[in-house]
Design a protein around this ligand. Structure first.
Ligand code: FMN
Length: 202
């Protein structure tokens, strides 16, 4: 009997510690593929790859038009624009993922326009109207914001924008990290431990 209990404990610990079949999506929300944001996204991907199958994308991998605000999707859960498939492809990546990590720089104290344009195009998935499109439930979302200036409040604003988006997609916000005083990828090296420690919470 005791032997059985011990066995079940050790089995559950092993399963709990094994997440190799889970998927992570890491998004570089900057249009710069080789900058500081990309460097952080790369470090996060490397850290997560021990426990997750990681897919990394950059918002600049995709080309799409701005949302026209027509609101057709409020009644149909579908976008009428001719490039709707591009957004659906990105959302398929979200749907495949168990955890989503968005890494965004500050551009004029907010998320870059390219990422904002993507969020606007996700209105068919917004849970404030019925019907709406949806991704599978149970996903966890993390946000990392970086900026050159010294004040954390600007990072918090960016984190707020990302978490607002997560909320309307019903992605649970599980953690965030703000990084100030970063301009170039060479500034990331000295912050590596901070980022590695944050990844341990995922
Ligand atoms: C168009 C633009 C606007 C920016 N606006 C701000 C800003 O308002 N506040 C700030 O602290 N840094 C600002 N930055 C600096 C970036 O947040 C910082 O350099 C970041 O590391 C850029 O990462 P990236 O090269 O990966 O896009 C701006 C950079 C650019 C290119």
């Amino acid at each position: 009997m005791l032997e059985n209990i011990q066995k079940s404990v050790s089995i559950s610990v092993r399963i709990g510690g094994y997440r190799g079949c889970m998927n992570a999506l890491v998004i570089n929300c900057s249009p710069v593929r080789t900058g500081a944001t990309a460097e952080i996204a790369k470090l996060v991907s490397e850290q997560l790859s021990a426990e997750y199958s990681v897919k990394s994308i950059c918002i600049d991998d995709y080309s799409f038009s701005f949302c026209k605000g027509c609101r057709s999707c409020h009644n149909t859960a579908k976008c009428v624009m001719s490039d709707a498939i591009v957004i659906e492809n990105i959302m398929n990546e979200y749907d495949e993922a168990d955890i989503i990590v968005s890494v965004s720089p500050s551009y004029w104290a907010d998320i870059p326009g390219q990422f904002k344009a993507f969020i606007d195009r996700c209105t068919p998935w917004c849970n404030t109207h019925e019907p709406h499109a949806s991704i599978k439930p149970g996903k966890k979302g993390y946000a990392i914001a970086l900026r050159t200036g010294p004040n954390m409040s600007e990072c918090e604003r960016i984190i707020g924008s990302i978490e607002h988006f997560y909320g309307h997609l019903e992605i649970e916000c599980k953690g965030h990290l703000g990084l100030t005083s970063i301009e170039y990828k060479t500034d990331v090296e000295v912050r590596k431990q901070e980022i590695v420690d944050f990844c341990k919470s995922m």
